[in-house]
Design a protein around this ligand. Structure first.
Ligand SMILES: NC(=O)c1ccc[n+]([C@@H]2O[C@H](COP(=O)([O-])OP(=O)(O)OC[C@H]3O[C@@H](n4cnc5c(N)ncnc54)[C@H](O)[C@@H]3O)[C@@H](O)[C@H]2O)c1
Length: 383
């Protein structure tokens, strides 16, 4: 109760301080009363009933419908998120909470935020809230939070898989098996061991560190670039060398893995010029965000052979259109956005969303690491 009173008081003070900014007018920690909650997830269709733990789809609805409705809240769940006639758009004017996933993101533009007069809270069921205009959310006094850490093991394991798929030239072999062919040469002329190769991660936060730890037993040469250097003891334990200058690290790497968020600083970071700095024949794995890469520059470098293989599960926009260039470039091993939505991950991010909703209804704070926008401020790495 005391915490709630403190927050209401600080919110009121902030409204006064920012009264010149007409958009900063919402009650940041609005709580109490019946809420309209909208969840935007991918559709489960015929797979929805195949696993009781498949909670990440529309039909599964994060497994929180009964709990929400028993408290009198309204819970609308849809996959229909684009355009003026979509289900999401219809509910924008009066929803209080919007839950979305990076796998099937509800793009929350400044325009939508302006229309959403009752909106208090934007929750990401997973990690990565770049589908939201974070500056507009901050200016409007909204809270944006995600389930930090919920699927980091799932993504790190998937990245290891993709590194091996590219290095071993696995996919052409699989295709031969399916099409009835047998051509060892067609695979072997560009299949390599992981041992002894130089792997660099661009971003070594939660996922980057887990990947480095998993790579250690393969006896590779491990490098990392990040805005922050690791604690020396951890760095020593992980066995990776810090590279302060990204452009100095890139030419050393046989494999580059992207593990940083999409922010104003990282959008389009891998453009034509930066890709040219990579070793000829480099392999790139990107499960972070598609828009960190210049789409056409990646497709061109795959066509020229400068990039010898590109794999990831993230695209822009999502779902990826049928004519997205990455579907057609040579030597890719792309999939839909799946690495962070294993059943294990779904159960963790569903539990994290439920916990934050519960805290929101009670007017309590979230775990600090979950906040992406709080009280008009973006989390440090998004600034
Ligand atoms: N494909 C998936 O299913 C999936 C799932 C989870 C997360 N992700 C993506 O992976 C990203 C990383 O996740 P995480 O849990 O490791 O996040 P994290 O916050 O733990 O780590 C991010 C790291 O990037 C570094 N960084 C940020 N901006 C930088 C910059 N401009 N230059 C250098 N370093 C910078 C940070 O210092 C931090 O160490 C997420 O933001 C998300 O976009 C994808």
């Amino acid at each position: 109760m005391a915490m709630l009173a403190k927050r209401v008081a600080s919110s009121a003070a902030r409204s006064l301080l920012t009264s010149s900014n007409s958009t900063f007018t919402r009650n940041i920690h609005a709580s109490g009363g019946k809420k309209k909650i909208v969840g935007v997830f991918y559709k489960g269709n015929e797979y929805a009933s195949m696993n009781p733990n498949f909670v990440g789809c529309v039909e599964g609805a994060l497994g929180i419908r009964e709990w929400l409705e028993s408290q009198g809240h309204e819970y609308i769940v849809t996959d229909d998120k684009e355009g003026p006639d979509s289900v999401l758009e219809k509910h924008i004017p009066d929803l209080h909470v919007l839950i979305s996933t990076p796998f099937h993101p509800a793009y929350v533009t400044a325009e939508r935020i302006k229309k959403a007069k009752n909106l208090e809270l934007l929750l990401t069921a997973g990690i990565g809230s770049d589908h939201i205009d974070l500056n507009a959310a901050a200016a409007a006094g909204l809270t944006v939070a995600e389930v930090t850490g919920s699927n980091v093991v799932s993504v790190a394991e998937d990245e290891l898989l993709r590194i091996l798929i590219l290095l071993r030239n696995f996919l052409p072999g699989y295709q031969q098996a399916v099409t009835g062919d047998w051509n060892v040469a067609g695979i072997a002329y560009r299949a390599y061991d992981l041992e002894g190769k130089t792997i660099g991660t661009v971003g070594a936060g939660r996922i980057g560190k887990l990947l480095l730890q998993r790579l250690k037993p393969f006896n590779c040469n491990l490098l990392y670039h990040d805005r922050l250097k690791m604690d020396p003891e951890l760095e020593n334990q992980i066995g990776a060398k810090f590279e302060e200058d990204l452009d100095a690290m890139l030419p050393k790497c046989d494999v580059i893995v992207i593990n940083m968020p999409l922010t104003d600083k990282t959008r389009g970071l891998f453009d034509k010029d930066r890709i040219a700095k990579c070793k000829k024949g480099v392999l790139i794995v990107n499960n972070a965000r598609g828009a960190i890469m210049d789409t056409q520059a990646v497709a061109d470098a795959c066509s020229s052979g400068h990039i010898a293989g590109y794999s990831g599960d993230v695209w822009f926009p999502q779902p990826a259109p049928k004519d997205h260039p990455w579907r057609y470039m040579p030597n890719h091993a792309m999939t839909p956005h799946i690495s962070g939505t294993t059943i294990d991950a779904q159960l963790r991010y569903a539990a994290g969303v439920k916990d934050m909703l519960d805290r929101h209804f009670r007017g309590e704070d979230f775990p600090e690491q979950n906040y992406i926008v709080k009280e008009g401020q973006l989390a440090p790495q998004y600034r």
